[in-house]
Design a protein around this ligand. Structure first.
Ligand code: CP
Ligand code: NVA
Length: 287
């Protein structure tokens, strides 16, 4: 079910489901009543009686939790305003493919430090023992309860958490630089974000600040990315604010450091694993 648009998550769930032998159905924002003419609870009960699992992408975290509570089938969170958990499995899979291990690495997120992807990286890294730096202006730091949750996990895993607006401090010793759009789906405050986040763009100067030797540094982006003006939004932003790149420069995006397309492909492999793990009785033959 997709209240918000998607390229990767929708395609990954669809192809992964087909590979596993399942039959996916797509329900978009204008296809069903969800929340508008029918409660989430009632919708969940109906869908749960017909489908074996439900992926939900939308605005409200409460909606995905209610679907899980009332449908009686596995519910996979394909992104809400607060979290993007399936992205995390692909992301840390990509990190492990590149470094061979996770513990002790440092991942620095630059940009809107309180969006769904930043929240998810902070908490997932803390669980896995990956040091997480959030480098963002003070106005866009994670909410205190998200930071507290990350600190709780970090105390167990040994991960080091740093939330700062200081670029030098935040970039130092980084192995993975990660960024995401400055304005997420459902938001529209471009002017404020361009002003606040321009100093936090992922560019070659930011990469230099890490001091990390080549071979020990990669750049990730969950995509979609604004790295040029080939999109309608990109053109609009250039006309209004005179910039041709936003969260990441085209130079870095296309450089030897970029792993965003491997990361995107890993959405499919990891989502296949997530579905097999949670519906294993359907997909994994008994031996
Ligand atoms: N990264 C990601 O979730 O992409 P989509 O919005 O295209 O699904
Ligand atoms: N923060 C972005 C992630 C897109 C995958 C958004 O919510 O639009």
């Amino acid at each position: 079910m997709f209240e918000k648009t998607s390229t990767r998550t929708r395609s990954a769930f669809t192809t992964a489901a087909i590979d596993l032998g399942a039959h996916p159905e797509f329900l978009g924002a204008n296809d069903i009543q969800l929340g508008k003419k029918e409660s989430v609870e009632d919708t969940a009960k109906v869908l749960g009686s017909m489908f074996d699992g439900i992926e939900f992408r939308g605005f409200s975290q409460k909606a995905v939790e209610q679907l899980a509570e009332f449908s009686g089938v596995p519910v996979w969170n394909g992104l809400t305003d607060e979290w993007h958990p399936t992205q995390m499995i692909a992301d840390f899979m990509t990190v492990k493919e590149n470094f061979g291990h996770l513990k002790g690495l440092t991942l620095t997120f630059m940009g809107d430090g309180r969006n769904n992807v930043a929240n998810s990286l902070l908490v997932t890294g803390a669980i896995l023992g990956v040091n997480i730096h959030i480098v963002a202006p003070k106005e866009l730091h994670p909410a205190p309860e998200i930071e507290a949750l990350a600190n709780k996990f970090a105390a167990e895993s040994g991960a080091h958490i740093l939330i700062t607006d200081d670029l030098d401090e935040g970039m130092k010793g980084t192995n993975i630089i990660y960024t995401d759009v400055w304005v997420s789906m459902g938001e529209s405050n471009w002017e404020e974000r361009v002003k606040l986040l321009t100093p936090y763009q992922v560019n070659m100067a930011a990469l230099k600040k890490t001091g990390t030797p080549d071979g020990q540094l990669i750049v990730m982006h969950c995509l979609p990315a604004f790295h040029d003006t080939t999109t309608e939004y990109g053109k609009e932003i250039e006309a209004k604010y005179g910039i041709t790149e936003m969260e990441i420069t085209d130079e870095v995006f296309r450089s030897k450091y970029g792993r965003q397309f491997e990361e995107a492909e890993n959405r499919m492999h990891s989502i296949k694993a997530i579905m097999a793990a949670t519906l294993g009785n359907l997909f994994i033959p008994r031996v």
